[in-house]
Ligand binder design. Structure first.
Ligand SMILES: Cc1cc2nc3c(=O)[nH]c(=O)nc-3n(C[C@H](O)[C@H](O)[C@H](O)COP(=O)(O)O)c2cc1C
Length: 150
């Protein structure tokens, strides 16, 4: 099993978080990091665990680098039964109406296509005082040790 960390970003935060998670999981086995815009939905494997880090932009929209992946998923509608993923959303609760909606949009689509979400829905709120890297690495370490992750 490979832990595939996939990120969707507009201004780079999610990429940095993805790299931090990869650094924290080096003892866990094979780990890869990729931008969602370089990820083919048809390549999502039932053998791997996907940790997705995705922000929200505009007014609750997906960040630019997640959009091509989501467009392809929505048009191809592959059967994702057996594909396991966990989600960490970056957002800002100052956007009260659309807080974290970008990652929620991605989750809704993956779930609709039959993928299985495991673990807690990780979130970082840029309006708060939590350190995003600390939150995300703790989330990732808890997620990969779940019985459903192995
Ligand atoms: C122009 C702009 C629009 C944003 N819109 C939202 C939003 O609608 N909802 C939300 O939760 N966060 C919103 N955010 C906050 C981002 O999601 C947050 O800053 C995140 O850390 C960015 O991560 P990224 O660099 O990976 O894209 C917005 C930020 C900017 C600069």
């Amino acid at each position: 099993m490979t832990i595939r960390i996939l990120y969707g970003t507009e201004s780079g935060n999610s990429e940095m978080i993805a790299d931090d998670i990869a650094g924290a999981l080096t003892d866990t086995g094979e780990v890869s990091v990729a931008d969602l815009q370089d990820t083919d939905p048809a390549g999502l494997s039932r053998d791997d665990l996907h940790l997705i880090v995705c922000s929200t932009y505009g007014e609750g929209e997906l960040p630019a680098s997640a959009q091509p992946f989501v467009d392809q998923l929505a048009s191809d509608r592959p059967d994702l039964a057996g594909v396991r993923y966990a989600i960490f959303g970056l957002g800002d609760s100052g956007y009260a109406e659309s807080y974290s909606k970008g990652s929620e949009h991605l989750v809704a689509l993956l779930d609709d296509l039959g993928a299985t979400r495991i673990g807690e829905y990780g979130r970082h709120d840029a309006a708060g005082f939590d350190d995003a890297a600390e939150l995300a690495t703790a989330w990732a370490q808890a997620t990969v040790t779940l019985p459903t992750a192995i």
